[in-house]
Design a protein around this ligand. Sequence first.
Ligand SMILES: C[S@@+](CC[C@H](N)C(=O)[O-])C[C@H]1O[C@@H](n2cnc3c(N)ncnc32)[C@H](O)[C@@H]1O
Length: 234
Amino acid sequence: MSESRDIQRLRKEYASRKQRTDDAELYSIFNPAQLFMLQDRERKLLACLREYGLSSLSGQSVLEVGCGRGGALKEYLRYGVLGKDLHGVDLLLDRLQEAHQVLPDLPLVNANGEALPYSNQSFDIIFQYTAFSSILDEQVKCNMAEEMLRVLKPNGKIIWYDFWLNPSNKQTKGIRSGEIKALFPDCKYDFYKITLAPPIARRIVHISWSLAHLLQRIKMLNSHYLVIIHKPIR
Ligand SMILES: C[S@@+](CC[C@H](N)C(=O)[O-])C[C@H]1O[C@@H](n2cnc3c(N)ncnc32)[C@H](O)[C@@H]1O
């Protein structure tokens, strides 16, 4: 498959991000605002999984589409997924190589999510964290969603965590609930608006963790959707 313009743009964008040293600081877990946002996501996700009767993901086959350097894959190891069952795919080889360095036993593949190298109905859970918002081309997003549904087992779950609004970065595009439903038709969805918008979190968390918690409860100030998408059985 020849690469679309958007995939070429994405490669350039990540190459230029690599040069920006402030990005590393921004997304480091040692940055209190980043820690605040990650912990909030984790609390909410684990509460959801408990509601579905899951208290461990041991025995589940799991794939992350757009796994980058593997930060979120590490979280799923803590949720009990066995290394052999935890797969990751990313378009960018250098990011995947970094993931492989910290997670050498995981099956990681360098591929475009528009053509996932797995057979139909391979996974119980597929997750995507902020990969879709980095894609601007509607067709690329549609192709990726179609592929995710193809390799997901009937009754499987897609765990979606992404911006619904990100006006400050022109290289990303927030995805609203209607678009998510259109990408994954005929499914059932549980939507949660979460995450204190990063520009606010970065200003407030280092002043007061409690104030950040209070502000986070105001839904208007939440920038992301956590969505559990249930593929039907048939
Ligand atoms: C913002 S990063 C998030 C990385 C990771 N999910 C996390 O939360 O740490 C988005 C990732 O999606 C990947 N990505 C974007 N479009 C993709 C595509 N079409 N196929 C595979 N990976 C893609 C990018 O290469 C990048 O590593």
